[in-house]
Design a protein around this ligand. Structure first.
Ligand code: 13P
Length: 330
């Protein structure tokens, strides 16, 4: 092995075919007192071996209170950064530093800083899908689980900037009746759902409910029976009397839905530009059991957040926790 993996952002080493990756990962986790956390959009086999599977809010909360020495966050980079901001004394690892997020990329900190300067006197509320630098410019961070509650808690006379997701921002405006100045960003995965294909699926499955993540475009949200974060969608499918669901978010979540309700039917809502029925986030899917094994073995790649940025970025996240009463398991 040469040192090219340092540049690649993940350890690139041939693994013997007969190695039992699941057992190796379990052993390394134990030896190193490492906590493996996975977002609901991870591959099924990663979710199955993770110590904790959750949405962005739950992952951040768990990262803030773990006793582990190492946090290995299988998700996308901003999730690893959030864990590092909250737990600076832990070693935070991600399986592949290239696992970015189109929303975070759509909001560079210098341009967002200028946007804030153009709207003086506004409270800066940002979705957690941002870089640490953007969090450092924010007053309150939200996730899709707590965004409605937090926006509703802000005094009516406070002007609000919301970024970076315009679809979530527009949804929050419609639910709360608040006018907000919204950054023009979007998640490429949620933007590409096809309303026509979802309507066709509904015609073929008239007993199915359409459920969607609020990052979807308005036409998809308009035809949906329920809108919520990944954790809320999962809970809804468990509690609903319906037996069939058309699910408009990254299709990794279907794994937990099917596990929680084995007798119910889950249909992944399709994107417009594909013949397959699935809509997956190629960044989330950069992670694999192989990379998780090598990441634990070499303790690389590690997430770093500059201390001056971290000290600013933690404040809006802690504010979010304070405003999330009832939504996190304390
Ligand atoms: P939640 O984890 O809050 O549901 O959001 C997932 C996400 O990052 C969508 O892009």
């Amino acid at each position: 092995m040469n040192n090219d993996w340092l540049k690649k952002g993940f350890v690139d080493e041939t693994i013997p075919e007969d190695l039992d990756l699941v057992e190796e990962i379990k052993t390394l986790k134990k030896e190193k007192n490492a906590l493996l956390m996975a977002h609901y959009y991870q591959k099924n086999e990663i979710q199955d071996i993770a110590d904790f599977v959750g949405d962005s809010l739950a992952l951040a909360w768990e990262a803030s209170k773990t006793n582990a020495d190492i946090i290995l966050l299988s998700g996308v980079l901003f999730m690893g950064e959030t864990a590092k901001i909250l737990s600076p004394d832990k070693k935070v690892l991600v399986p592949d530093l290239n696992a970015g997020c189109s929303l975070a990329d759509s909001c560079p900190a210098d341009a967002f800083g200028e946007f804030i300067r153009q709207h003086p006197g506004h409270l800066v509320v940002t979705y957690v899908n941002t870089t640490a630098d953007v969090k450092a410019l924010s007053d309150i961070v939200v996730t899709s689980t707590n965004a409605v509650k937090i926006i509703n808690s802000i005094p009516k006379d406070r002007k609000i900037i919301f970024g970076p997701d315009k679809n979530l921002g527009n949804y929050l405006q419609s639910i709360s009746g608040r006018e907000m100045v919204i950054w023009d960003g979007a998640c490429h995965v949620h933007e590409r759902f096809s309303v026509e294909k979802i309507v066709d699926l509904k015609k073929q499955n008239s007993d199915a409910l359409i459920i969607a993540h609020p990052e979807c475009k308005k036409p998809v949200l308009t035809i949906s029976d329920f809108i919520g974060s990944t954790a809320s969608l999962l809970k809804f499918t468990q509690e609903s009397n319906a037996n069939k669901f058309i699910v408009a978010t990254e299709w990794g979540i279907l794994h937990q839905m099917q596990k929680a309700s084995p007798d119910k039917t889950f249909i992944a809502a399709p994107p417009s530009d594909s013949t397959c029925g699935c809509n997956d986030c190629e960044f989330m899917r950069l992670n694999s059991l192989q990379k998780i094994y090598l990441t634990l073995k070499y303790e690389f790649p590690e997430v770093e957040v500059q201390e001056s940025v971290r000290r600013k970025a933690i404040k809006p996240i802690e504010r979010m926790f304070e405003l999330s009463e009832g939504l996190i398991k304390k």
